[in-house]
Design a protein around this ligand. Structure first.
Ligand SMILES: [Zn+2]
Length: 415
């Protein structure tokens, strides 16, 4: 199977070899994503799967044994960020197809229908909105709030979707009801080093840390840097700059006190007028806070708010506003599915690590409606969203085997 995995990894990435300095750019609802979807279709059809495309552009490759039988789906996405790697998403789609091939080669005859799904536009790289395809399937797509959004070239989501030969008006028809799936499993690269650090074979994910995102705006007054004395200034930047260190320090303190990790990052800054001879008038900081423990995220946000209030008191002439841009509750995956994935790994003699995910994936939408699970395979040095992203064929094969074992256990073959 190693050779099959390598050849078809290339095929899903629409290349002959994986080593590219510039990486892969397959944005959501782009020609490049469509080409990768075409290759998915070819591979699935070679495996005698019946491929259909839903109203959001997701591809479903189904091994149907009986119309009325329950359906179990596995899969991920094929779009990437700008200059990303060829494994984020692709690893899950590839191992999903490989698991089906492995079952077919071994003569397995399922009692339930099995599907590999390839979700459209998972990354937020193009429109700032992630997991559009799986949101549509789970009924979580807020169509009206997306309508005004455009990409860097001014192309709206509606235009992008429609150039993909779909109808924006009908996109909600991709939604499926509760009876549609019995369970859903996604496999993804870890995008971290915990599995490797602990010398385990595979990761079984418990929860997905979703973010609180804050915008802090400090407003002072612009003036000449040469002629304004130090005691007559309202420098917005000098006032708010200590917050950057404060966020880092407080995140460390919370991690020392608590078992569940939290990460907090001041990750964007806009400074105006941003000129060497003018005292900064306005500074906007973007802060991303994540943990699977929502209490800790709120604790961090409250600390930041207090810091801003105190800074405002200490700095006459500077006002500080705090806006909460995003507050998404963290997601816990199905306990029963976790146990089943763990059992499948053990059956194969693999050692698993239970861990949480710091990044969002399609499965976080699917779990709102269907019992869902997430498997991680290691990726070299934890590097992801980068041309150097790499997962070994050995690890892809381990992931394939766990997926196949799960399907075998669930779809109860020859009894
Ligand atoms: Zn991904």
């Amino acid at each position: 199977m190693h050779k099959w995995l390598e050849t078809h990894l290339n095929q899903l990435n629409v290349v002959n070899q994986m080593d590219f300095e510039k990486g892969f750019t397959r944005l959501g609802y782009s020609t490049e994503e469509m080409q990768a979807h075409e290759e998915f279709k070819k591979i699935a059809q070679d495996l005698n799967l019946n491929v259909t495309r839903d109203a959001a552009g997701n591809l479903w490759a189904v091994w149907e044994v009986e119309k009325q039988a329950p359906l179990i789906a596995i899969g991920s996405h094929l779009d990437t960020v700008h200059s990303g790697g060829g494994f984020d998403g692709a690893a899950g789609v590839l191992t999903g197809l490989a698991a089906i091939k492995h079952l077919k080669d071994s003569g397995f005859s399922p009692k339930k229908n099995l599907a590999v799904v390839c979700f459209a536009s998972e990354e937020s790289a193009r429109f700032g909105i992630s997991t559009i395809g799986s949101k549509a399937v789970s009924g979580l797509l807020d169509k009206t709030s997306l309508e005004q959004i455009t990409d860097a070239n001014g192309i709206s989501i509606r235009e992008a979707v429609e150039s993909f030969d779909l109808s924006w008006e009908n996109i909600e028809q991709a939604e499926r009801d509760h009876n549609f799936l019995e369970s859903f499993i996604e496999l993804h690269i870890e995008q971290g080093t915990r599995i490797e650090d602990q010398a385990k074979d595979i990761g079984v994910v418990r929860g997905i840390a979703c973010p609180i995102r804050l915008k802090v705006t400090a407003s002072g007054m612009a003036n000449h840097t040469g002629t304004t004395p130090m005691n007559r200034r309202a420098d917005a930047f000098a006032a708010i700059a200590p917050l950057i260190r404060y966020v880092e320090e407080q995140a460390h303190i919370i991690n020392e006190e608590q078992k569940v990790p939290l990460v907090a990052t001041v990750s964007t800054i806009h400074l105006s007028p941003n000129a060497l001879t003018i005292i900064p008038e306005e500074v906007e900081l973007g802060i991303d806070i994540r943990s699977v423990d929502d209490r800790l995220k709120n604790k961090m946000a409250a600390k930041i708010q207090q810091f801003c209030e105190e800074t405002e008191k200490d700095r006459p002439g500077v006002s500080i506003q705090l806006d909460k841009l995003v507050d998404n509750a963290s997601v816990f995956l199905d306990d029963e599915v976790q146990r089943k994935l763990t059992a499948a790994s053990r059956q194969l003699g693999m050692e698993h690590l239970l861990l949480d995910s710091g990044a969002g994936h399609d499965v976080m939408n699917m779990t709102h409606k269907w019992p869902s699970g997430l498997l991680f395979i290691p990726c070299e040095k934890g590097i992801s969203h980068h041309p150097k992203e790499f997962a070994s064929t050995d690890d892809l094969w381990k992931g394939t085997q766990v997926l196949a074992q799960y399907l075998k256990n669930e779809a109860g073959g020859l009894s």
